[in-house]
Structures are given as structure tokens and as C-alpha cells.
Design a protein around this ligand. Structure first.
Ligand code: FVH
Length: 296
């Protein structure tokens, strides 16, 4: 294990503060900067160096990690430090879109900086715990050069040369989480429409149910990759008529519970269309294709 390398953290909001704390805890000489004063006090007490400007912060380390509100802020804030970035590495862990990552890479490399984009799969309290992982994309040699430092934040996962892929996977993972929570609240609204229903009692059933069902995802994923119908868990391989009957029941029970049913209205319409086309099964690849704006 080599001596922990110096690192700079710009943006000391909830997440940036957690990142800087993790780097300090791992023994990295850490320089910090934040727009508003005071957010660095606890970090300075732990040994961080407070920079007087963004430029000074960047000059302090070969690697600068930024975690800010959005990409506009990143560009606006870092532009005055353009000269300082030359020959240094910028790792942007701000949430953004794949295109924003690609544009920012062009901008940073135009300044002579090495650039990696990333997505943090953690909340501030889980940074640097075994639960945390951070996605990275961009030039692999930049990742390799700083991997040891980046591992201090959580398992460092390199996804590929296209700098946009880390944010694509980040947003896809966040989409799955958002839809899981939307499903959770939908089901709680249904369960608690009953006079004896309780969110707590219902959730005691929901968590093991969803945990079990999540085990089927790798089989579905393999079907999608192979564009085949048959690999997924046989128990889920129901005929379309059976799926339609069950989905109609979910639609009816949702309406009866006085809960918005638009999701199931769309599902029933989609299944009816497929049956009218003569289809008899609904596979993983079918489900993915049905979501594409241009399914060709
Ligand atoms: N918090 C979380 O759980 C998630 C986990 C996954 C990753 N996200 C992303 O991390 C980015 C920062 O999120 P955050 O939670 O740290 O957000 P805040 O606590 O609100 O901190 C925002 C920082 O951005 C600075 N900032 C905002 N506007 C400006 C500006 N115009 N000029 C300079 N700095 C600016 C702000 O500075 P200040 O308000 O303290 O002066 C904070 O340092 C974000 O992409 C999440 O999606 C977090």
C-alpha cells in the first residue's frame, strides 16, 4: 500500500462533506473548498486544509473531486481555475446526464486536464462503508492512476471508456429505486384503504416478497442479453392470458381502493394489444422493447 496521495474536494454539501471525511479517515492529505463559509470547519478540525479559492484548492493536489449541485455549477465554478487544471485530474461526482458528462470531458480535456465522470451509489452516511460503490467512466488509465484514492469513497467500479456510461448507469439505478418506492407507496395506499390495513404490518410482508422476487432479475437480464424467451424462472413464465387476467384484477382492486390506476390502465392496454397481435407470452426482451420509444 503506497502513501495516501493528496486530494482536493470541492463542494462540501451533504455528500461532498462525507467524501472529504472518508478521504481524511483514509489518511489522504485533503484540501477543501466550499462556496459558503463554515461547512469546512469540522473537516479542518480533522486535519483538512482550507483553500482560499478554487484555484488554490486545485493546485494543492494532483486529483480534484467535485460534488456540486449540477453540471452548470461545475463549469461555472471550475472555469476560473482552468490554468490550474492543466496536467491534473478532475473527477466529477455530481449527478448529471450522459451528454453532460461527455460535454464536460470535452471541456476539461480542452483545458489539458484528465477527466473522469462518476456516480455515487451511496447516501452520505454510507460513504466508505461496504454498502457504498461509486461508478466511474472515461479513460481507463486515469481511473487506474487514481484508483487507490477513489477506493476510499466506496468500491470503485470502472464501467468503460465512454465517459457517459457512469451517469447512464447511475440514473438507471436511481430510476429503479424511484420506481420501487413508487410501487411501495402505491401498494401501501391500496393496503391502507382497508379499515384493518396498516402500512407497518403490510410492509412486513412486502419486504420479504420483493427481496424474493428480486432474485429473478439476473435470469431476466440473461434473457434480455440473449434476446430469448425461455431462460427466466419457469414459475414466472405465465401465458399472456393469465398475466392479463391478473393485471385486470390489480387494475380493478386499485380502482376499488380509491387509488390512481393509470399504471395498470397502460399495462392492461399493452397486454390486450399483444394478445390481439396473436402473442401468447410476455418475455423479458418483450418487456424491454415495449418501453422503447422506437421499439424497432
Ligand atoms: N445526498 C445524497 O444522498 C446524494 C447521493 C448520490 C449523489 N448525490 C449528488 O451529489 C451532488 C451533491 O449533493 P448534496 O447532497 O451534497 O447536495 P447539497 O448538500 O445541497 O450540496 C450542494 C453543493 O453544491 C454547492 N453549490 C450549489 N450551488 C452553487 C453555486 N452556484 N456555486 C458554488 N457552489 C454551489 C453547495 O455550496 P453551498 O450551498 O454550501 O455554498 C454545496 O457545496 C448532487 O449532484 C446530488 O445529486 C447526493
Amino acid at each position: 500500500m503506497s502513501t495516501p496521495a493528496p486530494v482536493t474536494v470541492i463542494g462540501l454539501g451533504e455528500m461532498g462533506h462525507a467524501l472529504a471525511t472518508a478521504l481524511l479517515d483514509a489518511g489522504h492529505p485533503t484540501t477543501v473548498w466550499n462556496r459558503s463559509a463554515g461547512k469546512d470547519d469540522a473537516l479542518v478540525e480533522r486535519g483538512a486544509v482550507r483553500a482560499a479559492s478554487v484555484e488554490e484548492a486545485v493546485l494543492a493536489s494532483p486529483l480534484t473531486v467535485v460534488c456540486l449541485l449540477d453540471y452548470d455549477v461545475v463549469r461555472t465554478l471550475m472555469s476560473p481555475a482552468a490554468d490550474a487544471l492543466r496536467g491534473r485530474t478532475l473527477v466529477n461526482l455530481t449527478n448529471g446526464t450522459p451528454d453532460q458528462a461527455r460535454e464536460t470531458e470535452v471541456w476539461a480535456t480542452g483545458l489539458g486536464a484528465d477527466y473522469l465522470d462518476g456516480g455515487i451509489m451511496a447516501i452520505p452516511s454510507t460513504v466508505a462503508t461496504p454498502q457504498a460503490f461509486v461508478l466511474y467512466s472515461g479513460e481507463e488509465r486515469h481511473f487506474a492512476a487514481h484508483r487507490e484514492t477513489l477506493e476510499a469513497l466506496g468500491a470503485a467500479t470502472y464501467l468503460g471508456r465512454d465517459v457517459g456510461i457512469a451517469s447512464l448507469y447511475d440514473l438507471a439505478l436511481l430510476s429503479a429505486m424511484d420506481m420501487m418506492f413508487a410501487g411501495f407507496f402505491h401498494s401501501v395506499a391500496m393496503a391502507t384503504s382497508h379499515k384493518e390495513g396498516s402500512a407497518t404490518g403490510f410492509t412486513e410482508l412486502l419486504v420479504p416478497w420483493l427481496t424474493n422476487m428480486a432474485q429473478v432479475m439476473p435470469a431476466f437480464a440473461a434473457d434480455v442479453d440473449a434476446d430469448r424467451a425461455s431462460g427466466a424462472e419457469p414459475a414466472l413464465a405465465q401465458g399472456l392470458d393469465v398475466v392479463l387476467a391478473g393485471t385486470r384484477n390489480m387494475l380493478g382492486a386499485t380502482r376499488d381502493a380509491g387509488v390512481r390506476a393509470d399504471f395498470f390502465e397502460r399495462s392492461v392496454a399493452e397486454l390486450e394489444k399483444r394478445i390481439a397481435e396473436g402473442r401468447t407470452a410476455y418475455t423479458g426482451p418483450d418487456a424491454v422493447r415495449a418501453l422503447r420509444v422506437d421499439p424497432a
